[in-house]
Design a protein around this ligand. Structure first.
Ligand code: GLP
Length: 234
């Protein structure tokens, strides 16, 4: 694990954006895993800014988001579909067919999870996946206790996770379930970049640094991967 201590949130965002831009400049057909949450907002801002000066930045890039809520429409302001449109997709030339997000409104959610895994495989697998870090160590929506062998599936959200994300629902009800890529799905990405920043993350970052690998702290599994970069700023 390559650990980079960032001097500020801006520094973290700049480094993360540079890594994403490097990936898609090196390989304009790159397949990239993308996160949501507050932490990556600065990364997306910078990527959008840089891409506004480049021709066909995202034209042939494929993206796969880590997760999506169940029980709200895609147009709901709290959905990750809306988040991605607002922070990235509406501002770059990505083809809607290449911008994948699990469909939390699918009639058959089990089928949707299998379809998502299949779409990642058919695209050639994830090259680089960017992750945020939940305060309880979750990655995607893989909450503590998730088996490391898990694949894309429907999960119940912890109360603490719903609370942490409540402000993104403007006081409304945070959904109780989501679809998330599994831990094994994430680990198959050839490279992983963990964005570990923001208030309330100090304990999670310390626990990750302890190197103790345990299912009670999902992010700890990243020690088992041979190409992980952590960008840490608290
Ligand atoms: C949500 C997302 C995660 C994200 C986490 C941390 O639960 N599903 O993928 O990493 O929040 O979010 P934030 O960056 O807002 O702290």
């Amino acid at each position: 694990m390559k650990w980079i201590s960032c001097s500020s949130y801006e520094d973290l965002s700049r480094r993360a954006a540079d890594m994403l831009l490097h990936t898609i400049r090196e390989d304009p057909h790159a397949v990239v895993g993308l996160p949501t949450g507050r932490t990556p907002v600065g990364m997306y801002e910078r990527v959008v800014h840089e891409c506004s000066r480049e021709y066909h930045c995202f034209r042939d890039v494929h993206t796969f988001n880590l997760d999506e809520y169940i029980g709200i429409s895609r147009g709901h302001p709290g959905s990750y579909f809306s988040y991605m449109k607002k922070h990235l997709f509406d501002h770059v030339d990505i083809s809607p067919d290449n911008a994948h997000i699990p469909d939390g409104t699918a009639a058959d959610l089990g089928l949707e999870c299998a379809r998502y895994e299949d779409a990642i495989r058919r695209a050639g697998g994830l090259q680089v996946t960017f992750l945020g870090l939940g305060r309880n160590g979750h990655i995607g929506f893989n909450e503590p206790g998730t088996p490391f062998a898990s694949r894309t599936r429907v999960v119940d959200l912890h109360e603490s996770t719903r609370l942490a994300n409540a402000d993104l629902f403007g006081g409304g009800q945070v959904p109780t379930r989501a679809i998330t890529m599994g831990i094994a799905t994430i680990l198959e990405s050839r490279a992983i970049v963990l964005l570990a920043g923001g208030s309330g993350k100090e304990d999670a970052i310390k626990r990750l640094q302890s190197r103790i690998i345990d299912e009670s702290f999902p992010a700890s599994v990243l020690w088992r991967h041979d190409n992980v970069t952590v960008l840490a700023a608290v």
